[in-house]
Design a binder for this molecule. Structure first.
Ligand code: DQA
Length: 143
């Protein structure tokens, strides 16, 4: 089993970025948690981060035939990107959406997710642990 973990814009600034919402731990420590979770389940994985919508679309297209599942935190593109939604629908790779914060209890504009329309499940509000929950769910779904 091989999964792709995609992180969208500004997640590379975790630790620095609005710590009252996203916590004090940096992006490297999120990657370490993802690595540990995948290793414990025996999952082969790749972690990818980009601040650019088209680069994320290219990565999803390129995942076709290479990955069995996707965990994606599209960050701000969650609320704007029909292009990322369409890419996920095009490749039809089982996908779990994850958000560090609870997007339903923040600004009104964060309540709508385009990505949810292509996701098997959405995990939110669990901090970094949400990635563990998302990966474990995807593992159970694909197994
Ligand atoms: C986020 C929530 C989004 O609304 C925001 O734009 C992000 C991060 C989260 O993980 O909580 O960049 O996806």
């Amino acid at each position: 089993m091989k999964i792709l973990i995609i992180n969208g814009p500004n997640l590379n600034l975790l630790g620095l970025r609005e710590p009252e919402i996203y916590g004090n731990k940096n992006y490297a420590s999120l990657c370490a948690l993802i690595d540990k979770t995948c290793q414990a389940l025996g999952i082969d994985h790749e972690i990818f981060q980009s601040n650019h919508e088209g680069v994320i679309v290219d990565k999803i297209q390129d995942a076709y035939g290479k990955f069995d599942g996707i965990v994606i935190n599209p960050a701000a593109y969650t609320h704007t990107s029909v292009a990322i939604l369409d890419a996920l629908k095009a490749v039809s790779i089982p996908t779990v959406e994850v958000h560090i914060s609870d997007i339903n209890s923040r600004d009104e504009f964060r309540k709508h997710s385009y990505i949810s329309l292509a996701a098997q499940k959405t995990v939110m509000g669990l901090g970094f642990d949400g990635y563990k929950v998302a990966i474990e769910y995807l593992y159970g779904f694909l197994k």
